[in-house]
Design a protein around this ligand. Sequence first.
Ligand code: PDD
Length: 290
Amino acid sequence: MLIYLDGHFVAKEQALVSVFDHGFLYGDGIYETMRAYGGTLFLLKKHLSRLKRSADAIALKLPLPINKIGDALIESLNVNKLREAYVRLHISRGPGEIGLDPALCPAPTMVIVTRPFHDYPAEYYECGVAAAIVKTRRNHPLALPPSVKATNFLNNILAKIETIKAGAFEGIMLNWEGHVAEGTISNIFMAKKGVLYTPHPDTGILEGVTRDLVLRLAKKKKLPVKEILLLPRSLYAADECFITNTTMEIMPVTKIGKKAVGNGKPGPITATLLQAYKKEVLACLKTQAS
Ligand code: PDD
């Protein structure tokens, strides 16, 4: 497995970063997780635009122009001869003296890790997974905006520790006001009486690339969609619930805490959207091939 590190492909064992890297010292960096299907990076442009927004938000100068970053991602897939892959792009502030001033780090560190993609077990999609609402609140947007895809992940890790203790697959975090925000690594949707609901970006969430696609697919299917301030009690009363991210795609949630969602089985809206998502992936592969 060859790792891209600052312009070179090196073996995993040689992919080493300085202990003075501010990514290591302070969690000062950004990242994107992508999925390749049949050798094509799905929704690459969307991931790269979010990367640029994250970089701007933390005043990080990208080490390469955005199109060259795209080329490096594609090259990483090719040198590793991967078609179904998990791809993680990581850009940290880079090495510099100890201290918070980003000016101490003249050159950011860029890393691309690719590995074969392992599907989630089929039963997760057939039966749904369990979620739990955790006590850890999502970062306040005026503290560390969740809209930035930052490598600084302690907020989510604290929530994950609670999730594991609760025996759940995903932890649902509320925002500072008690509104449903998002999962530790996913966005959340619910359906009630044929209407699809998801937390409004003002709740303080990462606007997932998958969330965005699901919203577009729902509109295409003429499904009424509402981005709202969502209360936990509405979530508990949902007919259907699912979580989304780049690797899970659309994963049904059939239990929240001790309560079954709807009839305890993945619902028809979830199934329709997952089918539409798969079609979108195929369409993207066809466009790439032609
Ligand atoms: N995580 N919210 C959070 C907090 C996330 O970490 C993620 C993704 C999402 C969904 O984003 P997208 O649809 O663009 O994947 C929402 C990725 C998968 C990760 O941490 O690797």
